[in-house]
Design a protein around this ligand. Structure first.
Ligand code: EPU
Length: 305
């Protein structure tokens, strides 16, 4: 972005703006090059102004939530990256539902609704990231012990979103499509979501949360930078089991390594680049295909240039 545009952009924004911001600071993988501008918009009208400005100057706009299910390439993201964590993170609790800003952390939302004994969101225990990212990716947890499989799409009543032309719209159930780790919302910036919940008891909620957290703690990598599961579980195949059976635990390219604990996780042991991870992904896919005939498909969203 040239200096003139940078100046204009700075004047336009009431929220915080950081130029040449290192994206590795904003991803759970601790990987990612520079964003030309990283912006925390203050409110919806601020987002509208940014979109108008960017559209008129052909500046690309990307939204990033918690940065937990993404791999951002080493040359970063050109244009503007929006993060809604500072401006759109209100939580409004109703009798049997909650309306929350897209920048709200899932963990914070779960805590708040549990406090007033609203149940349904326990599946989010241990899922990092924000409501906006979870809605777009339809984040979920499979059945564990007697706790049923729930994805966030199962709870959604409506979504408030803005399209890239700056038009705000309310999308009801009839407009929304959720699939396995996908939705029809990727062309929007999510602003707010209304989730349907039920009255429950504190004890039951906290029991379910404990079971899920325990399962994740014992099976997943929580203490080394990663992007969660790298591949989808397709057609009843557990990607983790396939990679494990192919003997790939511990395989490394640079500082990127197939986790010894859960084979569907790639961990960043320090200075892994996106290129290292992409090469490792290629090797895993090739070996698993050769050994099992299954074509793994990435769950992690690869972004940037
Ligand atoms: N397994 C192995 N080796 C491994 C890992 C797993 O043999 O290295 C076997 C396990 O023993 C088990 C099976 O594979 O029999 C499934 O493993 P696990 O129970 O850990 O769950 P998963 O299928 O790997 C899924 C989601 C997770 C989610 C958990 C719990 C996908 C791709 N993965 O994992 O989601 O947290 O269930 O609900 O859908 C994510 O989306 O980022 C993610 C981590």
């Amino acid at each position: 972005m040239n200096k003139e545009l940078v100046k204009e952009l700075r004047n336009l924004i009431s929220g915080e703006v950081l130029f040449d911001e290192l994206l590795s600071k904003h991803t759970s993988f601790r990987i990612g090059g520079l964003a030309d501008a990283w912006i925390y918009p203050k409110d919806i009208s601020n987002i509208k102004n940014i979109l108008k400005f960017c559209n008129s100057h052909s500046i690309p706009v990307t939204t990033l939530g918690g940065g937990t299910n993404v791999l951002i390439r080493d040359r970063g993201i050109r244009g503007v990256v929006l993060n809604l964590a500072h401006g759109l993170c209100s939580i409004s609790i109703k009798t049997d539902s909650v309306i929350c800003g897209a920048g709200t952390l899932l963990s914070k939302l779960l805590k708040q609704v549990a406090k007033v004994e609203l149940t349904g969101l326990e599946f989010a225990a241990g899922i990092p990231g924000t409501v906006g990212g979870a809605v777009v990716m339809n984040a979920g947890t499979k059945e564990i012990r007697n706790i049923e499989h729930v994805s966030i799409g199962n709870l959604i009543e409506s979504v408030k979103a803005i399209d890239m032309n700056g038009n705000v719209c309310e999308l009801g159930k009839e407009d929304l499509r959720f699939g396995y780790r996908k939705s029809n919302l990727s062309k929007y910036i999510i602003l707010e979501a209304k989730l349907k919940l039920k009255t429950g008891s504190k004890k039951e909620i906290s029991d379910r949360v404990s079971i899920l957290l325990e399962h994740k703690k014992s099976t997943q990598v929580l203490d080394i930078p990663s992007a969660g599961c790298i591949f989808k579980n397709l057609d009843g195949h557990s990607a983790g089991r396939l990679i494990d059976k192919a003997g790939l635990k511990g395989l490394a390219v640079g500082d990127a390594q197939v986790s010894e604990k859960h084979a569907n996780f790639i961990v960043n042991k320090g200075n892994a680049s996106a290129q290292d991870v992409l090469e490792l992904i290629k090797k895993i896919k090739l070996t698993v295909f050769e050994k099992t005939g299954v074509e793994l498909e990435e769950e992690v969203k690869v972004m940037g240039i």
